[in-house]
Design a protein around this ligand. Sequence first.
Ligand code: NAD
Length: 488
Amino acid sequence: MTQKPHITVAHGDGIGPKIMDACLEILEAGGAQFEIETVEIGEKVYLRGNSNGIEPDLWESLARTGVLYKAPITTPQGGGYKSINVTMRKTLGLYANVRPTRSFHPFVRTKHPKVDLIIVRENEEDLYAGIEHRQTSEVYQTLKIITRPGSERIVRYAFEYARRNHRKKVTCFTKDNIMKMTDGLFHKIFDEIATEYPEIETEHMIIDIGAARAATQPERFDVIVMPNLYGDVVSDITAELTGSVGLAGSANVGEKVSMFEAIHGSAPDIAGLGIANPSGLLMAGVMMLVHMGQTQAAERVHNAWLLTIEDGIHTKDIFQLENSTRQVNTDNFVKAVIERLGDFPKKLAPVSYAHGVTLPKAQPANIVKLGTHKKELVGVDLFLDWQTADGRNPDELAEALKKVDSGDLDLIMITNRGQKVWPHGHPDTFCTDHWRCRYQVKGDTATIVHESIVRLLHNMSEAGFDFIKTENLYRFDGQLGFSLGQGQ
Ligand code: NAD
């Protein structure tokens, strides 16, 4: 007898344990073959004193199974422990988050009956780097990190997904009119990789109009790829407008491990009531079975679920008098799906996994080799916490800074919240206590060494300035590797 593959299962928080049991029951009744290794992550682990909310046996189990089926977990807002979800995605390199959204018209009420789109969200970078600092009394900062290897991997994944699944178009959302370097890189890479997929139509939209169109005309999209934060927000919007966030599942794909979860959270407002919709986690389970090559079981479960929805047997979140026949709790929804195993929907299109809908395999990142680029140090942005008893006059700051010996560097600009305030600032610009003072070497080809910055910092310290951080200014292959100040 062949051994069943093992999967790692985490029951999560809030509605998590209830919907996970529901989904495992349906998947097993549908013929899925797996042995379960149960692990604990989430609030309970954290409250036991494990500050990252993850029991170490999770990593050991995942090294054996390579598959994590995970219910939602609670993450405190504003403070407390770091998001376990983000930790998991980053630790395991689950860089591709695939979130399909489909409408089930006329069985689930939606203003958008023809939605069938896939969001491919970058899952490790962007503002989710989680590098945050308080720098002055007034100013807090988070770093947005976009990398070439990370962007290449996710954009290629989106195109591969489109090619394998006969999708026609890939759209990219960024905000590169404002974040010209970070989102600009993502967009540039999208354009580069698009040339390798000539059969696929491509388009780029600025995220604001893109999100607006995704909310009002979602049927015009096919596959959409975007950086982490935009993907998180837009995929909730598109899931909700097909009826409920409770309907959508997602895959988080990495080279060694893949994780399957609902896109919604732990829904603490309905935890313990027995009314949660297990559909999102079930659809994630179907994606997991496809990933494991168990396409027959995936097909049976998915079609039985479609028929249940079509028969109007609905949990409270999607129940509508005009479309539903029976409002059921989680347990009765499970029973209804199991009763329909082996049947197909009559009006909604049945799914077939025998030849289609596959998740592309994760690919290793392309590392930029040492020495590929000529990198020259040309200056430094020095960030200061500064104000005087009389206020915050940038001209006064510039005068004080000019008294400090800056060696081969010249003070060329001061900005406040990115806006140039010296030289020739505007008197109406509001200034906080957080100043960026740009020091650059004279001449277009001149360079400096780290020592120049160290000396400048030493002299600043002697003069009593409170510098809170520095950011080196580089030229890469003769091009400036930093943005100009707003108004410069
Ligand atoms: P949420 O998705 O948990 O809930 C939003 C709303 O949708 C609530 O009204 C909830 O009752 C409803 N809802 C969600 N899933 C449902 C389902 N399956 N059936 C019926 N109704 C459902 O979002 P939130 O309230 O912003 O977050 C709650 C917690 O979940 C937070 O701690 C958050 O950090 C966490 N969270 C976890 C994940 C994850 O584990 N992947 C994802 C998102 C949020």
